[in-house]
Design a binder for this molecule. Structure first.
Ligand SMILES: [Zn+2]
Length: 196
């Protein structure tokens, strides 16, 4: 007997799409964005153009999808499965889960440290968020907004540069709406800037 479950999707670039659509759109997106640095989340290297990243991903990791997503496999009983599934969408980077012949395969977006640590891009404005209620009081910095509690005029330039870096690393842009999660390197960098 085969059980298959698709539990949901949290995609960095497009909020409501199927995994297949997300992949398809991401390919289009890579071709469009030719002039920014892109980070490979499988090995951490950065590339001058999306085309260079694309080539690297296929040659080094087998496919672009392998460089973006990771699949964790766990041997679990049906009882354990029910427990895991209760909280599976709280796993950082969770995309979908599949259960077949006692093996649970969890597909996750690489490089997500905490679902609260992200930049939400909407209407050409990116809002940096670190806590669920951080969007209630923000300060505008160029195309971005940051929580007032972390803002200081002397770090404004660094914060703005930081926000651009997060978007670039994910192959994104300010006119590409969606959620861009911070990776470990970003979190360290932000801690250096802000000291949170
Ligand atoms: Zn790589």
């Amino acid at each position: 007997m085969v059980a298959h479950r698709t539990l949901g999707l949290r995609d960095p670039f497009f909020e409501i799409t199927t995994p297949k659509n997300a992949k398809y759109k991401y390919f289009l997106f890579l071709i469009k964005q030719g002039d920014t640095m892109v980070k490979c989340y499988a090995c951490g290297k950065r590339f001058e153009s999306s085309e260079d990243f694309y080539r690297h991903a296929v040659e080094e990791h087998g496919s672009v999808e392998n460089a973006i997503y990771e699949v964790e496999e766990r041997k679990v009983t049906p009882e354990e499965l029910n427990e895991i599934l209760k909280d599976v969408d709280k796993l950082a980077g969770f995309i979908e889960a599949e259960y077949e012949n006692g093996i649970l395969r969890i597909k996750k977006l690489r490089g997500v440290t905490n679902l609260n640590y992200r930049i939400d891009v909407w209407n050409c404005t990116g809002t940096l968020l670190l806590k669920p209620d951080d969007d209630e009081d923000t300060v505008a910095i160029g195309y971005f907004r940051v929580p007032r509690r972390i803002y200081r005029p002397e770090i404004e330039k660094e914060l703005e540069k930081f926000c651009w870096q997060v978007l670039e690393d994910r192959g994104g842009a300010i006119n590409m709406s969606g959620i861009y999660y911070l990776d470990e390197e970003h979190v360290r960098k932000l801690r250096d800037i802000v000291g949170f």
